[in-house]
Design a protein around this ligand. Structure first.
Ligand code: NAD
Length: 361
């Protein structure tokens, strides 16, 4: 079966790692109809927006996209394309597997857990009031009166909404993900001891949803303890279900534990489709240099193959990437020293992965 997939090369190092990933995906034997769409700074002059409507229409039509990173222009007034995509397509779940492949610069070699981050609410919902503005002053006055607690008049405000419906769908997603991926436990992450009406609500809804998913184990952890536990006893954790901010922090903690951003894949998933992309950004200083590691996007490609129910190809690609991490050649970021002369470039890693796939890893 052929798969129609929207392909967004992005900018910065995006086009190089996307090309490398497409080569690796095609070498699995799965057939794709790539619907190539440009987004980001380089289309702003032509369309007046970094995310033209026809790009969104393509993703809506194909329901699956593979995306390179896109630079967020500073000071132009345009919101981040990455955030806009999540909002427009209601990608409420961000999935970030943290897995240690032997040979990578892992903190320890037994890491295998998945961070599921709620994408649509919490402190990142973008409801903010700048210090000193009339709206902020008004809100400070109203909140101080309502809460019967003074808020310093020179404060800025960021609002943290967490809803029953938003919590219910992300926790249910975590259980469904655990079930589909043969995982045994969901750990809900929160700070309910301090934020009773947001994190506390998230936890209460989580416990309720757990009652309808009794085939999967459920527990909760306070976020600060969670971070320590992940470093000391990561094997005890499997699927972590987090509100937005904690998910953001824990997924980067996880990326550091497996040797950095070069091996950290991701997926943004909604009711109507999914976009697969690396956790890292566009690394503009390395653009066009055939330097950065394409494996984070290739591993996102593995997630995409699983999403497309191409399990055999997904496993073959993951095995090929793992073999190259183990035996080389690899890019500078997987070396002990950044100036290691044996480090190769983006396209040489793609060659090695393709060769492994052809040889059956
Ligand atoms: P970044 O992830 O682009 O780069 C940080 C550093 O990590 C780089 O200097 C590089 O040393 C290293 N790095 C990143 N990817 C690597 C790879 N594949 N191989 C080897 N090393 C790698 O983060 P940044 O510099 O904060 O952001 C640059 C731009 O990317 C910003 O405009 C930001 O908004 C954007 N961004 C986009 C996305 C996305 O498209 N989803 C995500 C994060 C950041």
């Amino acid at each position: 079966m052929r798969h129609a997939v929207t392909l967004i090369p992005g900018d910065g190092v995006g086009p190089e790692i996307t090309e490398a990933t497409v080569r690796a995906l095609e070498a699995t034997g799965v057939e794709f109809d790539w619907d190539v769409q440009q987004a980001g700074e380089n289309v702003m002059a032509e369309y007046g927006t970094p995310l033209p409507d026809h790009v969104l229409a393509s993703i809506r039509r194909n329901r699956v996209a593979l995306k390179g990173p896109i630079t967020t222009p500073v000071g132009t007034g345009f919101r981040s394309v990455n955030v806009a995509l999540r909002q427009e397509l209601d990608y409420y779940a961000c999935v970030r597997p943290i897995k240690a492949y032997p040979g990578a610069r892992n903190l320890r070699d037994d890491l295998d857990f998945v961070v599921i981050r709620e994408n649509s609410e919490d402190i990142y919902a973008g409801i903010e009031f700048a210090q000193g503005t009339a709206d902020c002053q008004r809100l400070i006055a109203e909140l101080s009166a309502l809460a019967e607690k003074p808020i310093r008049p020179d404060s800025g405000l960021s609002i943290k909404p967490i809803s029953v419906s938003g919590s219910r769908r992300i926790v249910q997603f975590a259980f469904d993900y655990a079930r589909q991926n043969h995982r045994r436990k969901v750990t809900l992450v929160h700070k309910a001891n301090i934020m009773k009406h947001t994190d506390g609500l998230f936890l209460a809804v989580g416990r309720e949803v757990a009652q309808q998913n009794l085939d999967i184990e459920f527990e909760d952890r306070i976020v600060d303890n969670m971070c320590m536990q992940l470093v000391l006893r990561p094997r005890e954790y499997d699927v972590l279900c987090c509100p937005n901010l904690y998910g953001d922090i824990i997924s980067d903690l996880g990326a550091g534990m497996i040797g950095g951003l070069g091996l950290a894949p991701g997926a943004n998933i909604g009711t109507d489709g999914a976009t697969f992309e690396a956790t890292h950004g566009s690394a503009p200083k390395y653009a066009g240099q055939n330097k950065v590691n394409p494996m984070a996007l290739m591993l996102s490609g593995v997630l995409m193959l699983r999403h497309l129910r191409e399990e055999e190809a997904a496993q073959a690609l993951e095995d090929a990437i793992a073999a190259v991490i183990r035996e080389g050649p690899v890019t500078y970021d997987l070396k002990e020293r950044r100036d290691d002369p044996t480090a190769v470039g983006t396209s040489q890693v793609a060659d090695a992965v393709v060769e492994r796939l052809r040889a059956g890893a």
